[in-house]
Design a protein around this ligand. Structure first.
Ligand SMILES: NC(=O)c1ccc[n+]([C@@H]2O[C@H](COP(=O)([O-])OP(=O)(O)OC[C@H]3O[C@@H](n4cnc5c(N)ncnc54)[C@H](OP(=O)(O)O)[C@@H]3O)[C@@H](O)[C@H]2O)c1
Length: 411
């Protein structure tokens, strides 16, 4: 199989796609891209959590062979020819079907890790936006992706699938930017990675006002339109901390060589500094459909529904260092990354609890990084820093239970 088409497939050479999390922010934008390139992609499977109405609409438009809905009680009316599967293994079942060539993961949470691993083990490339996949399971998924790439490289080193990134394809705009910067570059030439951050809505808010920040204010992101969880993560810079960990795994770069640069306009999506001092950046409008599409068509490029950036209209681009005193989540995440995968798994589980509690009103804004630090100290510092999948799922459960309610103090 070529990475973005099936040249040996007879009359219908379209790539057959399973889309997990099809009704979410990433999922809906992935549907836009897949529909814009219906001549290249055929949607075979859709999975979602509880939004039966939207799933039904998508099924009518895309005519997949199968859908999965985690909420067992909902019964969407499906078009003829579309079956429904259920149960705890539904995501794995969809991600490993024989008639699926590529899996898109737009689900949040640790629930995404098992289908991602299963898809890779079934030799299917995975385009993923999900954070847990790399933050909690980077040591597991990258081992699979590297092994698959090595097998391809052994027979043909110029094969597009001879790179781990062709198997585990990042959708996040920052990681996509770095991936795009690395096109055509040789391994061993990266000096530093520069991840850009918009800085969120509180970039210039004094620290003594942070306790009064409401969910409503934190949900107003200045440049990106995203799901609620990632929008709050952008406001605390926890999202950038998670991305530093993801970049470490994806690009095999040490934490000391990954910088965060605040860039409020979100035009430069990230950059790579090479050993000769050259800096290569990728620029684009803040539209996730571009990195989603790149992950699907790599190494090809196709016209995109996303608009190109207008540099003359932008006039000037600004950059500054992040303030880790006001935004400690960045430091906490980097430290967890240096400790290992148990610490980062505790961190991301804690982040989900902290954001949910902030949104429901049982934790204030400064309480979010406080909870992250408390969880990493309490659950993340054990000796085994490369837990297997069952241990990660168990850890996720323990962290959630420990911090679900009550005051949070760092031990
Ligand atoms: N949004 C962005 O721009 C963006 C950018 C970069 C990275 N990411 C990352 O991408 C992931 C998804 O983000 P998002 O903003 O798209 O989240 P979202 O809007 O909350 O969407 C999550 C999707 O997953 C589905 N889902 C939840 N539980 C499920 C289950 N057990 N089985 C199957 N599907 C399930 C949801 O279904 P229901 O809607 O039916 O509940 C929904 O379709 C996160 O890890 C996020 O950090 C997002």
């Amino acid at each position: 199989m070529s990475p973005s088409s099936r040249p040996d497939a007879g009359s219908d050479a379209r790539l057959r796609v399973a889309l997990l999390g099809s009704t979410g922010s990433i999922g809906r934008q992935a549907v836009d891209v897949l529909e814009a390139h219906a001549d290249r992609f055929r949607v075979v499977a859709l999975a979602t959590g509880s939004n039966a109405e939207e799933l039904q609409r998508q099924a009518v438009r895309l005519r997949p062979a199968v859908v999965a809905l985690a909420a067992e009680a909902s019964t969407p009316e499906l078009p003829t020819g579309t079956a429904r599967v259920g149960g705890a293994d539904a995501l794995v079942e969809l991600a490993t079907r024989d008639d699926v060539d590529l899996v898109i993961v737009g689900t949040g949470g640790v629930v995404s890790l098992e289908p991602t691993l299963a898809a890779l083990r079934a030799r299917k490339p995975v385009a993923t936006a999900n954070k847990e996949t790399l933050v909690a399971g980077g040591h597991l998924v990258m081992r699979e992706a590297r092994a698959l790439a090595a097998q391809r490289a052994a027979s043909d080193s110029s094969d597009a699938l001879a790179s781990p990134l062709a198997w585990l394809r990042p959708i996040d705009s920052e990681h996509s930017a770095i991936w795009q910067c690395l096109a055509g570059e040789r391994s061993g030439t990266i000096a530093r990675l520069l991840l850009t951050a918009s800085g969120g809505p509180f970039l210039d808010t004094p620290a003594d006002e942070f306790a009064a920040i409401t969910p409503e204010r934190a949900l107003r992101h200045p440049t990106w339109r995203m799901g609620a969880k990632i929008t709050i993560d952008s406001a605390t810079l926890a999202n950038k901390g998670l991305e530093v960990i993801e970049a470490h795994w994806l690009y095999d770069v040490e934490y000391d060589a990954i910088d965060v640069v605040v860039h409020p306009q979100s035009v430069v999506h990230s950059a790579v500094q090479f050993v000769d001092g050259s800096l290569k950046a990728q620029l684009g409008t803040p539209d996730m459909r571009l990195p989603i599409q790149y992950a699907l068509t790599h190494p090809d490029r196709l016209p995109s529904p996303a608009a190109a950036p207008d540099l003359i209209a932008a006039a000037s681009l600004h950059f500054r260092a992040p303030d880790e005193t006001r935004f400690p989540a960045l430091r906490i995440a980097r430290d967890a990354g240096r400790t290992g995968s148990r610490a980062t798994a505790a961190l991301i589980a804690a982040d989900e609890v902290a954001v949910a509690r902030f949104l429901e009103g049982s934790l204030d804004f400064p309480g979010i990084p406080r909870l992250l630090e408390a969880a990493v100290r309490r659950f993340g510092e054990a000796a085994d820093q490369a837990p297997d999948l069952p241990a990660l799922v168990q850890l996720d459960r323990e962290v959630r239970a420990a911090f679900a309610s009550g005051p949070v103090a760092v031990a």
